[in-house]
Structures are given as C-alpha cells and as structure tokens.
Design a protein around this ligand. Structure first.
Ligand code: ZN
Ligand code: ZN
Length: 282
C-alpha cells in the first residue's frame, strides 16, 4: 500500500502511513484525545480546507500561516539569509502560493523545529525544497514519521555561525530552541508562552509542561532552561504561535527565577512585573 501523508484533524500532526490508527501527539498526556474519535485527513482535504498567507516582519523574518485554523495552527518562520534560508517550525500546510513565495525568497537550506507541536507540514518543505539539513533533537525522533531527519543531534547543533539549535527538554523530551545571534531572536518553541493583548502586543509570560492542562515544569526543568538560555543574547522571542518583540533575556530569566523559587505552578506573570527583577538579583 502506498504511504501517504495524513493529518490528525484534532491536532494537525502529520504521519506518512497507509491508514493511521492513532496520533502520537493526541495520545500524549499533554493533549486531549479527540472526543468524537479519530479523524485523519488526506493531503487533498487539508489543501482544500486552508488558505495561506505570510507577513514580513523586521530583521528579514517572514511568518507563514494558514486560515481557518487547522490543528494546533502554528506559524512557519523563514529566516532569510544570502547564503541560504533557514526555516524553523512550519505552518499546518503550504498552499501553492506559499511554496511559490518561499521559492521566490530563495528556498530553504536549513530546516528544523523545536518539538512536535511546531512541526506543522515540515515534511512538505523537505519534499519541495530538499534542504541540506533537517535537524530534530534525537529524543523526539519517534514523532517524525512524516519526514526524514538528516541531522539528529544531542545537546546542540550549529546550523551556521550565529544560528544554533540547543536542546532544552522540559516541555517536551526533545524540545530545542533556535538562537539567532545576529537577529537577537530566540525561537523558543513552547519553553515560554506569551499572553498578548488585542493588538497582539505581549503582556505576560509563563512556562509550563502542558499549557492547556496547566501542568507545571519541575524545578529541575526550569533550572535547565535557565542554564541553557542565560548565555544567549536576545530581545525578542518567537514561539510556534507568537512573535513577541521586547520579551528579552532579562524577562525570560526573571520568569525562570520565579519558577525555580517555587512553589510549582503555571503563573502568567505580567511583563512589567518581570522587568528589572533580574537586574536587581544580579
Ligand atoms: Zn493528533
Ligand atoms: Zn508544545
């Protein structure tokens, strides 16, 4: 039987399969199972369901997304570079105009994602653009049924000078962040969650093992985030779902300080309460 890509209609996770019997993302404790049972969509059905769009942000960064929402409905980030672009995380699906735009912008040389909630249609970007590298941290390889990981890694992988993947674990076993030193951006996966106001401006920050179920990190997991992130310089974070300019290293470290000090819990702390706290501590 031919193996084709199927998307879980509950979370959007793709698998190459003859007939999926379950979805590893929904079966995981961080997510809920679909109340009405499994429903897997072939590529044609997803393609007919979504329209694509993109917006150019500052620092040569392009955000690709689709509507109406499908699955976890993440954003695909494209980091433009004259020697080949880097794509991090992916949109739920890439329509022909989205593919055409990426081609016009120079294609993809390096492809990676933080963890399975950010995968979207990574498989499609690999099939179309044949990047040199598809990098996923080794502890999450079991989630990559739709693509072929060319560069599994342990603690860190430097894609190019100034663009480094760093394994942080915590929220997901194999979760990694991508630090772009030149842009001063930390693509942090779900290591942080940003609350935004109606205009999309970041107002509060939290960290968690499972967002919807409000399961907190352990103190040790928060400490590991802190150790990984403290050496990095950034003034903006991008999750698979939010672009948060102004959420910088000091704010991120102050949130982790609070988490480590305890008690365990998911606390959405307003940014103005986090600002300045770390400097006082240092
Ligand atoms: Zn699912
Ligand atoms: Zn996640």
């Amino acid at each position: 039987m031919p193996l084709t890509p199927w998307a879980c209609s509950n979370c959007g996770h793709w698998q190459r399969h003859f007939a999926p019997q379950g979805c590893p993302v929904c079966e995981d404790t961080r997510n809920d199972l679909p109340a009405d049972g499994w429903d897997f969509w072939p590529e044609e059905k997803v393609a007919a369901h979504v329209a694509g769009s993109w917006r150019r942000l500052d620092r040569e960064l392009v955000a690709f997304s689709t509507s109406p929402p499908f699955g976890l409905n993440g954003t695909g980030w494209l980091l433009l570079h004259p020697d080949g672009n880097t794509a991090f995380e992916a949109a739920p699906y890439y329509t022909p105009p989205m593919i055409e735009e990426i081609r016009r912008l120079g294609g993809i040389r390096f492809l990676a994602a933080s963890h399975c909630h950010g995968y979207g249609a990574l498989w499609q970007l690999q099939d179309v653009f044949e990047p040199e590298v598809l990098a996923i941290q080794k502890d999450d390889l079991r989630m990559t049924k739709a693509m072929r990981v060319t560069h599994p890694y342990d603690d860190a992988l430097e894609l190019r000078p100034g663009q480094t993947l760093i394994h942080v674990g915590g929220h997901y076993e194999g979760q990694a962040v991508l630090h772009d030193a030149r842009r001063r951006v930390l693509f942090c996966g779900d290591a942080f969650k940003v609350d935004q106001d109606e205009s999309g401006s970041p107002v509060a920050l939290s960290t968690h093992k499972a967002f919807h179920k409000s399961i907190p990190l352990t103190p040790g997991e928060a400490r590991r985030y802190l150790e990984a992130i403290a050496p990095l310089d950034f003034d903006t974070i991008c999750t698979p779902f939010e672009h948060a300019p102004g959420v910088d290293r000091e704010i991120a470290l102050a949130l982790l300080d609070d988490q480590i000090a305890g008690p365990p819990g998911v606390r959405h702390i307003p940014l103005d309460q986090l600002r300045g706290r770390r400097i006082a501590a240092e």
